[in-house]
Design a protein around this ligand. Sequence first.
Ligand SMILES: [Mg+2]
Length: 87
Amino acid sequence: MTVMAVVNPRLDRFVVRMRRKLALPQNQAKGDWRNESDLWLLSRLQAELSEMATALDLGDREGFADECADAANVLMMLADNSRPEGA
Ligand SMILES: [Mg+2]
């Protein structure tokens, strides 16, 4: 079995979690991240990292995985904002 055969299902599960978190009404209400500055998004990333630490402290593994998805979504937004307009 190749590494990718192992990684892909795990990656797919994480992407599903990212999509689920982005689709929450409270996140939909935040609007388009293209209107946010990199510095603001970095502050959101720091907040998500803090939420990850809190979930770990509480022993909340499911909550920790959700916060990992939140952090990954913010990283996706930062990368998305770095691409040229229309790309
Ligand atoms: Mg969060």
